[in-house]
Design a binder for this molecule. Structure first.
Ligand code: ASP
Length: 439
């Protein structure tokens, strides 16, 4: 059995956290390939090393004193190294990094050093081989990740290595210039490594015991989702639920490798399993609820719209021409609504409205503003009757006016539009009906 284990920033933020990481790895011999983030926050007001590096590089480029921040960053590592009692001197590495800063090696190079150095610390602590991600993970000149080239080189490199640490978050362009993924990208590295070694499982260790049924800022101590499919996760993540980097599912999904979200601070918790598909039923009919505020619905009416071939294309053209992506498109016989992000739409609204009139010649166009969208997601919904009924009766009892409904054809989600002001109340009402009272 082979497992890839990825530890997030808070899991490697201090020597005490690193010790937990060591215990977790040593508890299971299958945990052979380790991906680490840079040291994250030790407490709420703390600064992540990655942020220190971004800041330092910014100062350097603008002729400021970046060495003071670099000294602070070095101190973070020194404290970890001393606390773990390992023999590792990173001062030379810091000299090299400072010299590279002076030569303007780039923001990505700067940010990546947090993972690079933490990878060295982890490798020394665990007694594992250190593999620089710049030698095995590749991007093209435009900064796009190269999955095939990476997989070829990485799988060959790891084939003969029993146990290794690969720093997360970065790779290189044409083997020379360091390039990072977007923020939180060590999750992606873990997934790429899992694919390369055909791992049985990709364990992603963080500081929560898995995905939660709803946002803990809205629901007090929400339940953990035990099992979720990639598709459900995508729906929830799209609507703002975040634990895992969005791109982390793609490499493993194609290989059928499950991801297990685990908590470094509560290793006995089983966490959440993310799988391609499963016979396991969700605990509460629905798998999760997520949502976002700040949408606007562009409501378009035209008599006999249903028989006019090309009407929808012309309307969407108006959005495309103005470089606005649309999120949802519920429609009726003579009506259609295009739901877009209000912040993206506002500054271009008159141009878009004019374009709709010019291209599609509708009877009327109206705007429904300050909408919040809530996605109720669950693979079990299509086989259960009454799910929609329960959602809407819960909302009616909570005196919430539903402004829009869209059930995806996958039958895995129901999207509900409510006014921004009703957003939290609506989520509480839905959570309550499915998870708390379960009536
Ligand atoms: N250290 C990087 C960040 O703070 C990447 C990561 O943690 O995954 O975004």
């Amino acid at each position: 059995m082979k497992k890839v284990v990825k530890f997030g920033g808070s899991s490697c933020a201090s020597a005490a956290q690193f010790e937990k990481v060591g215990q977790i790895i040593n508890a299971d011999p299958a945990r052979r390939y380790v991906v680490v983030s840079a040291p994250g926050k030790r407490y709420n007001s703390d600064t992540k090393v990655t942020d220190m590096l971004y800041h330092a590089y910014d100062l350097c480029v603008n002729g400021g004193d970046f060495r003071t921040i670099m000294d602070k960053a070095l101190k973070r590592y020194d404290e970890i190294v001393e606390g773990l009692n390992i023999k590792l001197d990173l001062s030379e590495d810091f000299e090299i990094i400072a010299a590279q800063f002076d030569q303007k090696a780039g923001t990505d190079y700067a940010a990546s050093r947090g993972e690079y150095l933490n990878g060295k610390v982890a490798a020394a602590y665990l007694g594992y081989e250190f593999i620089d991600a710049a030698d095995v993970i590749f991007f093209d000149n435009d900064g796009n990740f190269l999955p095939d080239e990476t997989n070829d080189v990485l799988s060959k490199r790891l084939a003969g290595v029993e146990r290794a640490v690969v720093p997360g978050f970065y790779g290189s362009q044409l083997n020379t210039k360091v390039k990072t993924f977007s923020r939180g990208g060590s999750d992606v590295t873990g997934s790429i490594v899992a694919k390369a070694i055909h791992a049985d499982i990709y364990e992603n260790w963080t500081d929560v015991s898995g995905f939660l049924v709803a946002d803990p800022r809205i629901i007090d101590r929400p339940k953990v989702i035990n099992m979720i499919t990639y598709k459900e996760l995508r729906e929830l993540a799209y609507m703002g639920a975040s634990v895992l980097h969005e791109d982390a599912i793609f490499p493993v999904r194609r290989e059928g490798i499950p991801i297990n979200i685990r908590n470094t601070n509560a290793p006995e918790d089983p966490g959440t399993m993310i799988v391609e598909s499963t016979c396991a039923k969700s605990d509460y009919t629905i798998t999760g609820i997520a949502g976002k505020k700040g949408f606007v619905g562009v409501f378009i009416e035209k008599d006999m719209m249903n028989s006019e071939i090309g009407f929808g294309r012309k309307v969407l053209q108006a959005f495309e021409d103005n470089n606005i992506s649309f999120e949802h498109m519920p429609s009726g016989i003579d009506t259609m609504t295009i739901v877009v992000h209000q912040s993206e739409f506002e500054e271009k609204e008159q141009r878009v409205l004019a374009a709709i009139h010019r291209l599609a010649k509708p009877d009327t166009v109206n705007l429904v503003t300050d909408l919040a969208l809530i996605a109720v997601v669950g693979r079990g919904m299509k086989d259960n009757r009454g799910t929609a009924g329960r959602i809407f009766s819960a909302l009616a009892h909570a005196r919430i006016n539903v402004r829009m409904i869209d059930q995806g054809s996958s039958e895995q989600n129901i999207i509900i539009g409510v006014e921004n002001k009703d957003f939290e109340l609506a989520i509480r009402a839905i959570y309550d009906i499915f998870v708390v009272t379960r009536v």
